[in-house]
Design a binder for this molecule. Structure first.
Ligand SMILES: [Zn+2]
Length: 344
């Protein structure tokens, strides 16, 4: 596995940051940009600083999605001893009143690292084998919440993505913000109840953990640890395949941010394939972006935020078809990173 501490590949960083800045600006940037002091960046439909011309990939899997091998093709829920074997998970009666969760008693969750050490930062798994991870970020900021409250936006939860993954029995990993979970408890319950889905942490309110993470509102250093701990506490009562994977908003991190996470015993997951789905207006560029970059062990970054990533569900069947053509098989993040070896 590729582990590093302070560096993210430049192209990935740029593409993600541009996407995140666009995302936070919201679909009606004028309003929100003013209130949040944000400037909407130019759309980066083709996050292909990494893929000049966007042409070196295979054709965008063109036409029909086609089944990616049908039920059973992905070998079941994967058995890396996920926490609680995901059991009945389903219905933690009152997700709004989570009990405190000390870092995992019982089986060690995937991504857990010794508390007190600087967390490893991972881009992808081993380049051997044929597994890749589909990861979906569930951002929710206060600005986005206001869009929901005013009715400017219908939903930041893309149920079509979840429907498709369930129908095809495709494993995926969801990086959830605490605010998104609080906004969508039923959807979170559904995610937790799927034995092929892993749950991971994407901060409480999608704030920036570095000074230069575009125009994301910044979280003070003193609040970083509590923010991420709180998010684990919000997610934990839902059960299912809990992990200690964490992804920074915009993939922005520095030593200060990493140090803040040291007490929490996490693994920081960036990713090596940026779909560029925020504010996409067409699905083909997403498909091309993913399929031109993906390799064995890849961690693909997408969003399940519907209004802010409206083409992802349309692109997904084509992405799945393209992966199948390449002999690549979606798997839970923990399996992609460990590839059969013990999770770090
Ligand atoms: Zn995000």
């Amino acid at each position: 596995m590729s582990v590093k501490n302070l560096r993210v590949p430049l192209a990935v960083t740029l593409a993600v940051l541009a996407a995140v800045a666009a995302l936070v600006a919201g679909p009606t940037p004028r309003q929100e940009a003013v209130s949040a002091g944000l400037a909407r960046l130019p759309r980066t439909d083709a996050p292909t600083a990494a893929t000049p011309g966007g042409e070196n990939g295979a054709p965008a899997a063109g036409g029909t999605p086609g089944p990616i091998g049908g039920p059973g093709a992905n070998g079941g829920p994967g058995t890396n001893g996920g926490p609680g074997a995901n059991g009945a998970s389903g219905a933690p009666g009152t997700p709004n009143a989570p009990e405190a969760t000390p870092p995992a008693s019982g089986p060690t969750p995937p991504g857990a690292t010794p508390p007190g050490t600087l967390p490893p930062v991972v881009d992808h798994g081993p380049r051997t084998g044929n597994k890749v991870a589909l990861t979906f970020d569930a951002d929710l900021t206060d600005a986005m919440r206001r869009q929901l409250r005013t009715g400017a936006v219908r939903s930041y939860a893309n149920l079509a993505i979840i429907d498709l993954l369930e129908r095809r029995q495709v494993p995926a990993t969801f990086f959830l913000t605490g605010k998104w979970v609080e906004e969508y408890p039923q959807v979170t319950r559904r995610l937790a109840g799927n034995p092929r889905f892993e749950l991971a942490n994407h901060t409480y309110g999608h704030a920036a953990f570095t000074p230069d993470c575009y125009d994301l509102p910044r979280i003070p250093k003193r609040s970083m640890t509590a923010d991420v701990a709180r998010t684990f506490d919000v997610i934990a009562p839902y059960g299912g395949r809990q992990t200690r994977y964490f992804r920074f908003p915009g993939l922005c991190h520095d030593r200060t941010a990493l140090s803040a996470l040291a007490p929490l015993g996490v693994t920081v997951v960036d990713g090596d394939v940026v779909s560029g789905d925020p504010f996409a207006t067409a699905w083909r560029p997403l498909v091309r972006a993913v399929l031109s970059q993906v390799r064995p062990g890849s961690v693909i970054i997408m969003h399940v935020t519907e209004a802010n990533a409206p083409m992802t569900d349309e692109a997904l069947p084509h992405i799945l078809a393209g992966l199948a053509e390449r002999g690549l098989r979606p798997a839970p993040l923990s399996e992609v990173l460990s590839n059969g070896e013990p999770t770090p």
